[in-house]
Structure formats: structure tokens, C-alpha cells
Design a protein around this ligand. Structure first.
Ligand SMILES: [Zn+2]
Length: 137
């Protein structure tokens, strides 16, 4: 699954699509081959990125962490699936409470794909590019 894609190439493709939402980016099979909806939700929580963040607004270290975790989680996911213990590792997917701050998680059908997202409004930060300020005279 995940050994087919190259982290460096994924980074390059992400940088080329700054307006793309984080939740759409992870499901884009041209960028993250083999990443599905569960991995998307879990990885965004791990790296504390809100699903509606814009890829181009992520600080470089966050963007690298996103790619690194997507790859790592894909390998772990495969191993857990084979051991039939996938669900016990879920932190936010289909969950109701944030394991970190104990606040209720938010559920929504977000992004272009409208796939289910589970996330914490408090722990996961929204990264957005500020709109261009209008010139005023
Ligand atoms: Zn939280």
C-alpha cells in the first residue's frame, strides 16, 4: 500500500496545491496512495491539524509531519488490520470524546469528498492563509 509513494514527491505535490484542504489532500490518491478515510482522521489528529486547514498555510515543519505520519500510520494500519485489532487503535475515528482534552469531538462531512471527519476543535488548529488586504488610500 504505502511503499508505492515517495514522501518527497508527496511534499512537492502538496506545495503545488496550496488552496487544497488538508482533509482532501490526504484522500488524494495522486498524493497519498492507499490512504483512506480512517487514516485521514487519525493522522490529522496525531499532527493536530484541523481538517479544514489549507495545505499552503501549514508551516513547513507541520507539512513534513503530515507526510511522515501519513506514511507511518499507513504501515501501522496494515499491521493492525492483519492482527484484527484496527479499531482499538482509533483515537478519533467514530469516537465521541477527544482522548487528549476530553471535549466532545466534532463530526462532519467535509471537503470536496464529503467523507466523514472526526476531529477536535480545541486540539486541532485551523491553518488558513489570510485574505489579501485591500489597498486603502
Ligand atoms: Zn481535544
Amino acid at each position: 500500500m504505502s511503499d508505492r509513494w515517495q514522501p518527497a514527491l508527496a511534499l512537492k505535490k502538496l506545495r503545488a496545491a496550496p488552496a487544497m484542504l488538508a482533509c482532501d489532500a490526504l484522500l488524494d490518491q495522486n498524493i497519498f496512495s492507499g490512504v483512506g478515510n480512517i487514516i485521514k482522521n487519525e493522522v490529522l489528529f496525531r499532527v493536530r491539524i484541523h481538517p479544514l486547514s489549507e495545505v499552503g498555510a501549514l508551516p513547513p515543519a507541520k507539512l513534513r509531519a503530515l507526510v511522515k505520519q501519513a506514511r507511518e500510520y499507513s504501515f501501522e494500519f496494515k499491521a493492525w488490520k492483519q492482527a484484527c485489532e484496527l479499531k482499538k487503535h482509533w483515537l478519533v475515528h467514530t469516537k465521541k470524546m477527544c482522548p487528549k482534552c476530553k471535549n466532545p469531538l466534532t463530526k462532519g462531512h467535509l471537503g470536496r469528498t464529503r467523507r466523514r471527519s472526526f476531529y477536535c476543535e480545541r486540539c486541532q488548529k485551523v491553518y488558513k492563509n489570510l485574505p489579501q488586504l485591500l489597498d486603502c488610500c
